[in-house]
Design a protein around this ligand. Sequence first.
Ligand code: NAD
Ligand code: IPM
Ligand code: MN
Length: 350
Amino acid sequence: MRIAVIAGDGIGKEVTAEAVKVLTAVTQVTGRSIDLEPLPWSADYFLATGITLPPNGYAMLRDEFDAVLLGALGDPRVPDNRHARDILLGARFELDLYVNYRPVRLIDDRLCPLKDRGRKDVNFVVFRENTEGVYVSVGGRFKAGTDDEIAIQEEINTFKGVNRIIRHAFEYAAAHGLKKVCMADKSNAMQQGHALWQRVFKTVASEYPGITASHLYIDALAMFLVKDPGQFEVVVTNNLFGDIVTDIGGALQGGLGMAASGNIHPGKTSLFEPVHGSAPPLAGKNVANPMGAILSAALMLETLGATDEAARVEAAVEAAVHADMTTGDIGGKLGTSLVGDWIAAKIQKP
Ligand code: NAD
Ligand code: IPM
Ligand code: MN
């Protein structure tokens, strides 16, 4: 396995170091060969060189690596977030990583922020469309900086884009024995673009008679995710709504530091990253929770077919949570690197 590692900015660097530690440990134990190649692309690199990623960057990821492991990108010294747009959003677009897979699974009842809820209530997956919506930067600013400014940011919804993510959600449900798929949109207000989501959802749902297809407006979905998350098995939604509801999903898992994700084009080089960002206030303090990054590495292993290794990593993370060998955000007393050490050691001696 050849993996490109883009640690990025802020706590991205710290949590990625722990994910690399754990990947090294698990592949040593099972004897699988892994080549973890660090790439410097980050705010530091951009500020030093003026380059966000080299011209052949996307082709290099696609052609030379089996997967990409990313920490986080975002730095107050790059206020327009240009490097994150090129590196992260650029990879999503250029590698056509149309599935943003964000599982929401609570590891221990103790971490649940909701009253009288626990593991049985927090166990679903979100499929976020990852290549269109408002993220495409179609639009512009006219008379920028004046009182006459007009700012336009279009939302792009294509049949191809909507169809492939909704199909993926149903295929995932069918393959995993799940019975419920809920699509969330804002078709009551966005009567053009989201009519397409309505049409495609009805068509695809009709091909899966064994699966109960339901619809919620996105505002109601946000409410039900807090009030009664146990009703969800598979949620599918657009790029922006998926971004927002998966931060709620992070909170349901104990905090953003627990949430993992995969930016996937089935069968092609895909990118795995924690759901959280670079968290500037936490950076450099050895307090960031590395579990979201480590669980993202497990998702990567699973997607690449290294299911034994993925299961070992997940089991070790669960053991760390149950044993309270965690960072402070989820109640423990350890620093970032000691959590990684504990998980790596657990993998070596289960
Ligand atoms: P954030 O996810 O970085 O942090 C929000 C808050 O969540 C933090 O202040 C902290 O309280 C908590 N948190 C996040 N990760 C944690 C962890 N691992 N352990 C413990 N607590 C954690 O979101 P933000 O502050 O809105 O964004 C900061 C920067 O990160 C911005 O530049 C943003 O654009 C960027 N960002 C990048 C990504 C990515 O690269 N995938 C994702 C989200 C945000
Ligand atoms: C995420 C992040 C990104 C997004 C930002 C950094 C552009 O919040 O991956 O969830 O909005 O997709
Ligand atoms: Mn986000």
